[in-house]
Design a protein around this ligand. Structure first.
Ligand SMILES: [Zn+2]
Length: 282
């Protein structure tokens, strides 16, 4: 794919470099840690695992193939410096899917909006509130549509552990999403009142009068209706929003229609900054 010498003076791997064979148990997290302690082979392995996907993303964001090569190499260099200087976990990224951190570096280099701590999309903020391992599993399975075997390799765990983390990640993602909205001061009090009682209403724990109040608000509030719908499938909303931002891992049949811009998708529902995405209804 013709990646060239990095424009940085750092020794960043390029295509044609042979990666050493590493033990299968090496997760991305272990490789990041090994990089931090000065093992150059560890970063080479990370590069080998993720460079194709990062180059695919860069190709969607820049037209010129020669620019793709330098952006990809620069992005890996930026992440490597962050890791080496021990800023990886604090600054650019959390301890999140390694690939996402390089995507973000690409987006930063190109001045493209990116998800993360400053994201205006609640479900993406919720993703960042999950434990790192869950973030990786849900990102790789739902957004990148990666096979289980590959996810297991990147996370460094067996099939049972990864599937358990995946199921738990959805429950946690939903809970963190709600938490995020409860902390959002732009969400009207009446909607917050309902949001706090969503679980209780579903479980039938509300008193008769509280249930009546809940239902009355829900009937009259489009925002709460859309949120309830979205919360039923947090994974598909996450994938949808991540695709709007990064255009990653789209299936061939989805490529016909270009994704809407994030801003236009967010302006349809009130309160605007609460950002309940318009999800495709089944
Ligand atoms: Zn409402």
């Amino acid at each position: 794919m013709g990646l060239e010498t990095p424009s940085s003076s750092l020794v960043v791997p390029t295509v044609g470099t042979m990666a050493p064979v590493r033990a299968l148990g090496d997760s991305d997290t272990a490789l990041v840690e090994a990089t931090r302690t000065g093992d150059p082979d560890a970063f080479l392995e990370l590069w080998t695992r993720h460079v194709e996907a990062v180059a695919r993303l860069a190709r969607r964001l820049v037209a010129d193939e020669s620019a793709v090569s330098s952006v990809v190499n620069d992005a890996f260099a930026v992440v490597m410096i962050d890791i080496a200087q021990d800023r990886y976990a604090h600054d650019r990224v959390g301890l999140e899917p390694f690939r996402l951190s390089v995507y973000k570096a690409v987006a930063d280099l190109l001045g493209h909006p990116r998800p993360g701590g400053r994201s205006s999309v609640p479900v993406l903020r919720a993703l960042h509130r999950l434990p790192p391992r869950m973030q990786s599993v849900v990102w790789y399975v739902d957004v990148e549509e990666m096979g289980w075997g590959e996810v297991e390799r990147l996370v460094g765990e067996g099939p049972a552990e990864v599937r358990t983390a995946y199921r738990l990640a959805h429950t946690t993602l939903r809970a963190e999403w709600v938490m995020d909205l409860l902390e959002d001061e732009t969400v009207p009090d009446a909607c917050v009142w309902n949001l706090r009682r969503t679980g209780s209403r579903a479980a039938g724990w509300l008193s008769w009068s509280a249930a009546r109040r809940y239902d009355r608000h829900l009937r009259g509030c489009t925002w709460c209706q859309e949120l309830a719908e979205a919360l039923r499938s947090p994974a598909s909303v996450l994938a949808h929003e991540a695709h709007l931002v990064f255009d990653v891992a789209l299936r061939p049949e989805d490529r016909q229609s270009p994704p809407r811009s994030r801003t236009s998708s967010q302006e349809t529902s009130a309160p605007a900054s609460a950002g309940v995405p318009s999800v495709e209804r089944a």
